[in-house]
Each structure stands twice: as C-alpha cells, then as structure tokens.
Write a protein that binds this ligand. Structure first.
Ligand code: SF4
Ligand code: SF4
Length: 687
C-alpha cells in the first residue's frame, strides 16, 4: 500500500536517541520562549486586548497575504511568501507524520496511506521546492547589497557591533535551506532504495533519487546519514528559535495582532499617576509590553531606515537603530540573549539614561514625526510613539535647543509659535474687502481653523487671504475664531511637551465648544490631524475637513466652478499629516484634475510621501548641520521627473515655507515653482 516507513531500518536504540534529542530541543525552546514571555510581562499595560477576535483575524489576513511585505517591494514579498507558505505546509506535514507515528498508530489508525498519502506527498514536494526557491531568492537579494540591509548605524558609531545581526541572519537562512535540501535528499534516497510504483507522486524526490543513483553510494546509507543530519538540524533550529531572528515567526504575528492602528496618529496621554512620577520614559520599566514586543519583532528589514527623512538627511537618527538599541538594552537588563550575538555595548557597562543616553538626544531631536517608519514597517512596530515618549523626558529636563525652548515658551505665553500678540492673529484679514465672521459671536456654517503659519507668517498670509476670497466668492458661510484661536498643539505634542499640548487643546476646545458653527475646515494638515484624532479624547468631537476635501465636496455640489482651465504640468507633494496620517490623497488630485492641470506623481507619493522636514517641531530647530535637508532632497526628486514638470504643488502652509526655501537653497529657482493648491484654485476661478 502507498505509504512510507518513518524510522526506515532504524534500530530501536537509534529511534530512542532521536526522541531524547527532540525532547531536549523542545525543552530549550520552551525555556527561551518562557524567558521572552517573562520579559513582556515586565512591561506596563498597553490596553490592546479589545476586539481580540477582529485583531486576530486581521493579523491572520496580513500574515497569509504577506501584504505588508509586498508593499513597495514585490520581490521581497514574493520570496517571503514562498518561504512562509513552504514552511507552514512543511510544518503541517511534519505534524501529520508525528500524529500518525507517535499517536494514531497506537489506536491502529493510519492517516498517511493510500490516495491521501499520495496527495500529501505531492503537496509537500511542491511546497518544499517553493520554500527552497524563496530562500535562494532572499540570498540572491542580499548579494546585491540593498541599502535597507546595510546595518551601518546612522550615527556612524562603531561602539555597538552589528556583526552579530548579519551572523544571525546567515545562520537562520542557511539552517532553513539545509533543512529543506536534506529533506529532499532523504526522500530521494528512500525512493532510490525502493523504487515504489507511486514514486511520481514525489516529483522533486524522484529527481533527487536519480542523483542518489548517479552518486553510486548506497541509497540506504545516504538515507541513514542524511536523515540524522536533517534531524539534528531541525532540532537545533527548534531550540534556536526563541534566541534568534527565527523568533520573528512567532512574535510578528502577535505584534501585528496587538498593533494600534492609530499609533502615532493619536499619541497616548500621560496618566495622572504617571505624571506624578515622570512625563517621559526614563527606565526600562517604563516601556509597555507592546513596546517590548516591538523591539523583538524587528526583522531588521531596514524599510523604516531607508524611508526616514532624518536618516536620508544624514542625521544620527534611524528608527531601525532605535528599535535595535532598545532591544539590546532590554535584553541586557533582563538577562536576554543580545550578548550571545555580540550585540551588546561592550564599552559601556554602566546603566545609562534612556533619552540622551541609550538613545542620543541628537537622534531623538532629529525626528520629524513624519510617521514614514510606522507606515513602512511590515510587522507593526510603533517607533514614533516610543520616540515621543523619550522626547517627553528630554523636555521635562529642558534638554533641547534654545530656539525650540523659546518657541515653546512663546506658545505658552501667546498661544502661537511666532511669539506675537494674540490680537495680531487675525491681522492678515485686514487686507480683505469683506469682513470674516467671528464665530464666537455670529453663527456660520463653517469654522476655519486657520493655524499659526497661515495667520502669522508673512509668506503665507497672502494665501490665507486668497482662501478667504475663494470661500467668499462661492458664497460659503464661514467664520474664524480671531484671537480666540491658539496653536492647535499637534507639533507641540510631538515635540514631547505634553503639558503644554493639553493646555492648548483644552483652551481651543473651550472656545470651539462655545462657538456657533456646523463643521470645521483648516488649511493646516497638522491642526487637521490633532483636531480630528486627538481632540475627541479631550472633549472636542468635530466634523473637520482639510480644505482640499471641502473644496472637492463643493465642486461636486456645483458650488465651486473652474471657468479657467490651467495649463500647468505639476507634481504634488502629499503632506505627511494629510496623506500618511489621515489617508487623504485623492481630494487634492481630484481638484488638480478638475482644474485641467497635468499631474505627474513623484516616485514617493501618497502614503509613501517624503517629509519636508518641518514636522515634530523640526521647523523650530536648527537644520544647518544636515548633509542635505529633506526639503532639498524632495525638490531634487521633483526635478528628477523631468518631462516639463516645473510646478511643485503643496497643500500645507509649512510645506509652502519649507519648499520655497529649499528651491532657493538648492539653486533650483526658475526650474521649479512652488505653489499651494489655493493659488491654483484662485487662478482657475478667474483670479
Ligand atoms: S517619524 Fe519620520 S523622521 Fe521620525 S523616525 Fe520615523 S521616519 Fe524618521
Ligand atoms: S522596525 Fe520594522 S521596518 Fe524597521 S527594520 Fe525593523 S522590521 Fe523593518
């Protein structure tokens, strides 16, 4: 009958030896797994057990499809799918063999026989082959040295060795490859020895059987020695899992399952009890269990590293390095395994501060809070939340640039980052030939939350007047808060000044709740993000539009018309806080299309947009030490499109300021013209 013998020609003692090794290997696995579990239990609560079934199903869908790995890298996604599915099917196959041999046979039951066995054999052969192909594809990819797999640290420090990471990667891949290949050799030797009538149900095994025949070595000997080699490697692999990169096979599922979809978009509040101790993170015990899981989940794929504008600009920040450094720290302090691979900081045995010690303050202050790292990470790591929690500690200690300190003081004193009087906030309206309603006193359909830059920056005030005129021309009933508005606090919060943020949010919400309006719109994506996603937690729940979303709605309702079709060839820069944070990538493009503009996207666009460098309070810090500013890199990217594209379109006041500067500092004046969509709308409406 069609079946296979498990311990083919093995004497009893040899069979027993196998079980002893297997039990030993599982014990080592269980110990390592328990240590990991114990480590995560040390973390603070993270409140991630809500909607557990939905979370489980979502993570399963991501894992099954590999879609986060396919994203923007089909090669890695494809190779990883082959490896993962090959591994899963081989694991199930091995499980069935164990079930049959170690359990069911004692009840005179056998699953693996007859037609079921033949199908089983064919499926395992096919997936085994795909598994090997996937591994070879990954190895070939490494040979081409892609930038994301270069483990050189962004801070160029050589104190912490990265050699262990490469060794671990290699052990992991070679173990899997050898296990896969020797599995086929065993099958080939078995077929070569018996030549069963059903051998074609093992198509790959038959090929290996021919090789065994050609070798002239006894098939039974090949079977015996390869079997043991294979078995020892499998057992070593099982024992190795919790101590190595292989752990990602287990941790990453959990990490995706417990990921907060609002991570970084909505930052966590500091509870009152914690405020009494510290605002930010100071020690390992301050991390939540999800953060501890994050550190272990990192596969070092480097997608966050290459996406990071700060890393691209040559600053010491790399989100990958932060996660790996924190992993090393936590492993070191909890008796972990980092040292085994030479990943520990050999020159520094004294406990260091987290912010400004383990993670340098230069790295922490380089973050633009663009969230590209969170978006790029295929395994659900929430880098930015951790970075802000570390910044909170620096802020509490006053460990920041003078310019940033002054700006925060201005915001605290005057409610705006320009340090100007509150009464000057609506000064920009004085050039208008109509009066904008004060929604604190008069009712209006829409409240325009103008924001600091659009109110105070001389470069942007003209755009604000154009925006007001556009709405006036359409006959839209709108108003503003005049001196009742304060900085929305989005960037203050991301700087790490949580106390000031809460004050700003509460003050704005108090004014907004008394004002008379139906919906809010804003020209500022930063204000848009915090009002939409963070104010509800403070009692301010509003319907809010970014102006592009509102304009496209008015266009569709027939209230906005474009009698002048524009003849520009443009590219559009998605602001991080609009596209990546809030998924609004269509409205600006639909508006441009409606105006007749020819739009060509840059290679990095929509959710994958490249930050201008202003967010997270960076606009209030010195950027003169950067190799190249992110805004200049972005202008270069736009110039690279060629094809007559000479307009760089933005939809954020900070972008307007950053990119008009970048065009000058990169010597691109005359080659690229920066315009806000507001200007195009004004032109298309007839000026
Ligand atoms: S948020 Fe942006 S700047 Fe900050 S670490 Fe992530 S990718 Fe880098
Ligand atoms: S943090 Fe995520 S994106 Fe970055 S290297 Fe690790 S797994 Fe890759």
């Amino acid at each position: 009958m069609e079946t296979r013998e498990i311990f083919r020609n093995f004497p009893f003692l040899m069979q027993m030896a196998f079980y002893v090794i297997a039990i030993g290997s599982m014990a080592v696995f269980a110990y390592g797994f328990f240590r990991r579990y114990k480590k995560y239990r040390q973390g603070r609560d993270a409140e991630r057990f809500n909607n557990i079934i939905a979370r489980f199903a979502k993570a399963a869908a991501i894992m099954a499809s590999n879609r986060t790995i396919f994203k923007r890298d089909w090669y890695a996604g494809f190779a990883h799918s082959l490896i993962m599915w090959g591994f899963v099917i081989l694991l199930i196959g091995t499980g069935l063999v164990a079930l049959d041999h170690d359990f069911l046979r004692f009840f005179d039951v056998q699953l693996l026989k007859g037609p079921f066995y033949l199908g089983f054999s064919a499926v395992l052969d096919i997936f085994g082959l795909l598994f090997i192909i996937g591994l070879v594809m990954m190895m070939v990819r490494r040979k081409s040295k892609p930038a994301q797999l270069d483990y050189t640290r962004a801070d160029k420090s050589e104190t912490i060795s990265r050699k262990g990471y490469s060794t671990d990667d290699m052990i992991f891949m070679w173990l899997l490859l050898l296990i896969g290949i020797t599995g086929f050799v065993i099958e080939g030797a078995r077929i070569a020895a018996d030549r069963p009538a059903w051998e074609m149900w093992s198509p790959v095994g038959v090929g290996f059987a021919s090789l065994v025949d050609m070798s002239g070595i006894s098939a039974n000997n090949v079977h015996m020695y390869t079997w043991w080699f294979h078995a020892v490697m499998v057992m070593f692999f099982i024992a190795y899992i919790p101590y190595s990169k292989a752990m990602h096979m287990l941790v990453d599922y959990a990490n995706l399952m417990f990921k907060d979809d609002m991570a970084a978009i909505k930052l966590p509040r500091v509870s009152e009890e914690r405020q009494e101790v510290a605002m930010g993170y100071q020690k390992v015990e301050d991390f939540t269990w999800k953060e501890l899981l994050d550190f272990d989940a990192c596969t070092k794929c480097g997608r966050c590293h290459v996406s990071c504008p700060a890393q691209n600009a040559g600053t010491p920040l790399s989100p990958r390095d932060i996660i790996l450094d924190l992993r090393t720290l936590v492993d070191g302090s909890s008796g972990g395994v980092a040292e085994w691979f030479g990943q520990s900081d050999s020159n520094e045995k004294k406990p260091k501060k987290l912010a400004g010690g383990v993670i340098s303050k230069e790295a922490l202050w380089s973050c633009t809070s663009c969230m590209a790292c969170v978006e790029a990470c295929p395994v659900g790591i929430e880098h930015l939340t951790t970075i802000v929690n570390l910044r909170r500690d620096l802020v509490e200690e006053g460990d920041m640039e003078d310019m940033l300190q002054d700006t925060l003081a201005n915001i605290g004193d005057y409610g705006n980052s320009f340090g100007q009087s509150e009464r000057m906030r609506a000064k920009w309206t004085s050039g208008l030939d109509f009066k904008i309603k004060d929604v604190r006193k008069e009712e209006a359909d829409f409240l325009w939350f103008v924001g600091d830059y659009a109110s105070y920056d001389a470069r942007i005030q003209g755009l604000s007047r154009k925006m007001a005129s556009i709405f006036n021309k359409m006959g839209i009933d709108f108003g503003i808060l005049y001196d009742g508005e304060k900085n929305a606090g989005n960037d203050v919060r991301r700087v790490g000044e949580e106390g000031l943020y809460e004050m700003l949010a509460e003050d704005n919400i108090e004014v907004l709740n008394k004002a008379k309006f139906k919906e809010i719109f804003t020209t500022d994506p930063h204000s848009y993000n915090t009002i939409k996603n963070e104010y509800p937690e403070f009692g301010g729940d509003y319907s809010i539009y970014h102006y592009t979303g509102l304009l496209i709605r008015l266009f569709n309702e027939g209230k906005l018309k474009f009698p002048n079709q524009l003849n520009y060839k443009v590219t559009y820069h998605d602001p991080c806080y609009l596209g990546r944070y809030n998924g609004e990538v269509e409205a600006p493009r639909l508006l441009l299309e409606a105006m007749g503009v020819t739009m060509v996207d840059m290679p990095r666009c929509k959710e994958n947009s490249f930050c201008c460098g202003a967010g997270g309070g960076r606009i209030w810090m010195d950027d003169s030490k950067m190799d190249t500013r992110p805004s200049e890199i972005r202008i270069e990217e736009a110039l690279g499109i060629g094809d007559g594209v000479d307009h760089f379109i933005v939809a954020c006041p900070k972008d307007y300021a950053m990119f008009t500067d970048a065009v000058k500092t990169s010597g691109s004046e005359g080659k690229m013209h920066v315009k806000d969509i507001i200007e195009l709308v004004d032109e298309a409406m007839g000026g």
